[in-house]
Structures are given as C-alpha cells and as structure tokens.
Design a protein around this ligand. Structure first.
Ligand SMILES: [Zn+2]
Length: 91
C-alpha cells in the first residue's frame, strides 16, 4: 500500500519556454507563476504525474529529438526572417 497523498499535494512547475521543470515565483493574486529561469509566465503546473503525462517528459531520447526539431524550426524561422528583411531592402 502506498500513500499517494504526498504525491497529489506535490505540485511541480513546467516552463514551456525552457522545456523543463523549473522553479517559479508566484505572480499576483491569481494562479500565475513566473519562471525563475527565463522570466516568462508560460508556466504550467500540476502534479508530477499530470505534467509528465501532458508534456510527455518520460523518455530522455524522445525529449532530445523534440528539442532538435524545435531548434531546426527556430533556425528556419530565423532564415525566413532574414530573407524577408533583404526583400524589404531591395524594394
Ligand atoms: Zn522558463
């Protein structure tokens, strides 16, 4: 028999920008939390079980692949931005 009461009460914070579990500061009266690492409020919170399930944090390899895709997308986005900038200069 395992007592799950402690697990239920333990809340963790997941920063969508950092892509990891982070420490937060409570922001204002509402349930808004600010990431201590990057300073955004793009933070989800819940039990470890729900956070890991929702963001599929289980499996380090999967996580690495995800961040690789994220990086590629980011680089592509930056390239697009540069091209657009050049076009604007020409026009
Ligand atoms: Zn963050």
């Amino acid at each position: 028999m395992t007592d799950t009461k402690d697990q239920e009460e333990a809340i963790i914070f997941y920063c969508k920008d950092c892509g990891e579990i982070v420490k937060t500061d409570k922001c204002g009266r509402r349930y808004v939390y600010k990431c201590r690492k990057c300073g955004t409020k793009n933070v989800a919170f819940g039990t470890p079980k729900s956070i890991h399930g929702f963001f599929k944090l289980d499996g380090d390899r999967e996580d690495e692949n995800k961040s690789e895709v994220k990086m590629k997308k980011k680089i592509e986005g930056e390239k697009e931005g540069e091209e657009k900038g050049e076009e604007e200069k020409k026009a």
